[in-house]
Ligand binder design. Structure first.
Ligand code: KIV
Ligand code: ZN
Length: 547
């Protein structure tokens, strides 16, 4: 899995756990990050940007853990982000130590607008910091990536100078970020070509691209960049990230896969070469998308390319008729190629623990005994209600168990009565963090509203419910329902997710999960104002404290 210049394939650099996690409300705990990192490795990404180690103790620990567990021999390169400062770079180097192959990604802005208002530095100063700090990063690791932040709005002549300096100091990848999602495909392609033609030592580095989706152009920009010499794409699962998000991994990979005959010549291959353009196992795409959506609470819109619920659905009669006659009439890719139809009925009521464990292993879940026991109990409950338990049901159960919102409040009971002649009424029992079991009841406009009001009476933490969604995992009346919710308190968002054949129970549990995250953050804020600044808004706070 080389990342040397002049290769004829595209390196996939996944930044779901760093830039993706900067999306509002997408915060993940260490176990959740580790679960995603493991799945990214199964997906076949070349590089995992696991976090920004200096930004908070939690980020440091997550990068270290991922480096140790996922970055072992044979795994992907594990990368840590660092500003061009000694402290940042040293923290990244320390966190990455356990990885067999590690990369430090260091960045400084190069656009005049950032220099004048944010950095308050001259071009000459930025040029020399870039060289000095790349050399410092190089004193720890061989693999150093340098990014001129806001490259999309930087003066290309200055950009060429900075990149030349960074490469001379040892950068092996130079990344071109369209930080504010401002450029158009033709411009981004030309910028990439300009770098390839005007940076004298560019043949010693891989050209990478990074971009945000403010104008919905990130994927189109990247594909144009590939045609013009970019060989690394920085992207996130489901396109999550700051503001409108980052370029979506699944769209880039499937774009290159489905249209490889178009892209082959740009990579110096014969037009009809069938060799994949990336290392990605496309059959893992759907599963990865669902995992990231479940754990971050960031739903995938139904019409989202590749992984949206409607991406392979044909509604109109004309389309259905055409597809039945020949799929190629209206389908440019097979649902199987992203793992969408790998939905075998595998287990039932009589299946034992060993069958359960080994099927989970085949699905890529290697659970510790305690987690396995909990998941097995859930499986048995489900098998009692549902004749055939599919792989997707198993994934829903396990994802639910893995999602580890701190268990401060525990839902002990939920009961509702509702109907067209009744006032929806809910009774709930909750165990509080100090061990008491409290029961309360409320009425509401519907059963979920009644449950949430009853829970609020016990938990008593002000919040605003801003998103509530139920999706079924498989077809059929006995399907598992997955509930995802997002709450807001002040300017912070907290997500909760749960799966159950009873959607009222799933709704209650998802709400308690989100409230636990909110409550945990309030507890932390009581501990110490400075610690809060670092834990609640890790990146912004760390940066604010320093500047
Ligand atoms: O968007 C951006 O510029 C970034 C850099 C840190 C690469 O995320
Ligand atoms: Zn970014």
């Amino acid at each position: 899995m080389e990342t040397q210049p002049n290769h004829d394939r595209v390196i996939i650099f996944d930044t779901t756990l760093r830039d993706g996690e900067q999306a509002p409300g997408a915060a993940l705990n260490i176990d959740e990050k580790l679960t995603i990192a493991r799945q990214l490795a199964r997906l076949g990404v070349d590089v995992i940007e696991a976090g920004f180690p200096y930004s908070s103790p939690g980020d440091f620990e997550a990068v270290q853990k991922i480096a140790e567990v996922v970055g072992a021999e044979g795994g992907p390169i594990i990368c840590g982000l660092a500003r061009t400062t000694h402290n940042d770079i040293k923290a990244a180097a320390d966190a990455l130590k356990p990885a067999a192959r590690s990369r430090i990604h260091t960045f400084i802005a190069t656009s005049d607008i950032h220099l004048q208002y944010k950095l308050k530095k001259s071009r000459a100063e930025v040029l020399s910091i870039a060289g000095e700090m790349v050399a410092y990063a190089k004193s720890f690791v061989n693999d150093v990536e340098f990014s001129p932040e806001d490259a999309g709005r930087s003066d290309p002549e200055f950009l060429y100078q900075v990149l030349e300096r960074a490469i001379a100091a040892g950068a092996t990848t130079v990344n071109i970020p369209d930080t504010v999602g401002y450029t158009t495909p033709a411009e981004f392609g030309a910028l990439t070509r300009g770098i390839k033609e005007n940076v004298p030592n560019i043949d010693r580095a891989v050209i990478s691209v990074h971009g945000h989706n403010d104008l919905g152009l990130a994927v189109a920009n990247f594909l144009e960049a590939v045609k013009n010499g970019a060989r690394q794409l920085e992207c996130t699962i489901n396109g999550i990230g700051e503001r409108a998000g980052n370029a979506a991994l699944e769209e880039l990979v499937m774009g290159l896969h489905v249209r490889r005959q178009y892209f082959n010549p740009f990579l110096g291959r014969p037009v009809d070469s069938e060799a994949p353009l990336t290392n990605i196992d496309t059959r893992q795409i759907y599963k990865t998308s669902r995992l990231v959506s479940n754990l971050t609470g960031m739903l995938v819109q139904p019409n989202k390319a590749i992984v949206g619920a409607n991406a392979f659905a044909h509604e109109s009669g004309i389309h259905q008729d055409g597809v039945l006659k020949n799929r190629l009439t209206y389908e440019i890719m097979d649902a199987q190629s992203i793992g969408l139809t790998d939905n075998q009925i595998v287990l039932g009521k009589l299946s034992g623990r060993n069958a359960f464990r080994s099927r989970l292993k085949e699905l890529g879940f290697d659970l510790a005994d305690q987690e396995l026991n909990k998941a097995f109990v859930r499986f048995k409950e489900l098998a009692d209600k549902k004749k055939d338990v599919t792989d997707w049901d198993l994934e829903a159960i396990v994802n639910d168990e893995i999602q580890q919102a701190p268990e401060l409040f525990r839902l002990e009971l939920v009961q509702v009565s509702c109907g067209d002649r009744a006032h929806p009424t809910a009774t709930i029992a909750i165990r509080t963090p100090d061990g008491q079991e409290l029961t309360d009841a409320a009425t509401g406009t519907g059963p979920v509203d009644a449950v949430y009001k009853a829970i609020n009476r016990v938990v008593n933490v002000p919040n605003e419910l801003i998103e509530f969604s139920v999706q079924s995992v498989t077809a059929g009346i006995d399907a598992i329902g997955e509930v995802t919710i997002r709450l807001r308190q002040g300017d912070r968002i907290f997500a909760g997710h749960s799966a159950n054949t009873d959607i009222i129970v799933a709704s209650a549990q998802a709400y308690v999960n989100a409230l636990n995250r909110l409550y945990a953050s309030l507890q932390r804020s009581e501990e110490s104002a400075e610690k809060v600044a670092l834990e609640l808004k890790p990146r912004e706070a760390a940066i604010a404290l320093e500047s």
